[in-house]
Design a protein around this ligand. Sequence first.
Ligand SMILES: [Zn+2]
Length: 77
Amino acid sequence: MKVLKKGPDTNWGKEMRCTGYGLGTTGGCGALLLVSPRDVKSHYDDGDTSYWFVCPECGARTYVTSRTFSQLQGGVS
Ligand SMILES: [Zn+2]
Protein backbone atom coordinates (compact mmCIF):
# COMPACT_ATOMS: atom_id res chain seq x y z
CA MET A 1 0.00 0.00 0.00
CA LYS A 2 1.15 3.47 -0.76
CA VAL A 3 0.56 6.51 1.40
CA LEU A 4 -0.80 9.24 -0.81
CA LYS A 5 -1.11 11.81 1.88
CA LYS A 6 0.04 11.60 5.45
CA GLY A 7 -2.25 12.47 8.31
CA PRO A 8 -1.75 15.45 10.53
CA ASP A 9 1.62 15.63 12.23
CA THR A 10 0.89 14.75 15.82
CA ASN A 11 4.14 16.29 16.93
CA TRP A 12 3.09 19.61 15.58
CA GLY A 13 2.01 22.03 18.24
CA LYS A 14 2.87 25.04 20.26
CA GLU A 15 5.38 25.32 23.04
CA MET A 16 3.60 26.37 26.18
CA ARG A 17 4.54 26.47 29.79
CA CYS A 18 2.58 24.81 32.56
CA THR A 19 1.46 27.76 34.61
CA GLY A 20 -1.56 26.14 36.21
CA TYR A 21 -3.49 29.21 35.27
CA GLY A 22 -7.03 28.02 35.62
CA LEU A 23 -9.91 27.57 37.94
CA GLY A 24 -9.52 25.21 40.83
CA THR A 25 -5.83 24.64 40.39
CA THR A 26 -3.03 25.21 42.80
CA GLY A 27 -0.43 26.30 40.31
CA GLY A 28 1.61 24.67 37.62
CA CYS A 29 5.03 23.09 37.75
CA GLY A 30 6.54 25.31 35.07
CA ALA A 31 7.26 22.51 32.63
CA LEU A 32 7.70 23.45 28.99
CA LEU A 33 5.23 21.43 26.96
CA LEU A 34 4.57 20.90 23.30
CA VAL A 35 0.81 21.25 23.18
CA SER A 36 -0.97 20.07 20.07
CA PRO A 37 -4.58 20.94 19.24
CA ARG A 38 -5.75 17.49 20.23
CA ASP A 39 -4.44 18.08 23.74
CA VAL A 40 -6.69 21.06 24.23
CA LYS A 41 -9.98 20.44 25.99
CA SER A 42 -12.90 22.77 25.81
CA HIS A 43 -15.95 23.44 27.88
CA TYR A 44 -18.95 25.51 26.93
CA ASP A 45 -20.67 27.28 29.76
CA ASP A 46 -23.00 30.24 29.92
CA GLY A 47 -22.20 31.57 26.46
CA ASP A 48 -18.49 31.26 27.02
CA THR A 49 -16.11 28.54 25.95
CA SER A 50 -13.05 27.72 27.99
CA TYR A 51 -10.00 25.99 26.60
CA TRP A 52 -7.28 24.31 28.54
CA PHE A 53 -4.66 21.62 28.49
CA VAL A 54 -3.67 19.29 31.28
CA CYS A 55 -0.01 19.02 32.20
CA PRO A 56 1.20 15.39 32.01
CA GLU A 57 3.70 16.09 34.77
CA CYS A 58 1.60 17.61 37.51
CA GLY A 59 -1.94 17.36 36.19
CA ALA A 60 -2.61 21.07 36.53
CA ARG A 61 -4.88 22.79 34.07
CA THR A 62 -3.54 25.73 32.15
CA TYR A 63 -6.12 27.81 30.38
CA VAL A 64 -5.51 29.12 26.91
CA THR A 65 -7.43 31.50 24.74
CA SER A 66 -9.50 30.25 21.85
CA ARG A 67 -7.23 32.17 19.53
CA THR A 68 -4.19 30.23 20.63
CA PHE A 69 -5.19 27.21 18.59
CA SER A 70 -7.78 28.61 16.26
CA GLN A 71 -5.37 28.59 13.37
CA LEU A 72 -4.27 25.04 14.08
CA GLN A 73 -7.79 23.70 14.32
CA GLY A 74 -9.10 25.64 11.39
CA GLY A 75 -11.29 27.92 13.41
CA VAL A 76 -12.55 27.54 16.94
CA SER A 77 -15.72 29.33 17.81
ZN1 LIG B 1 2.79 20.97 35.27
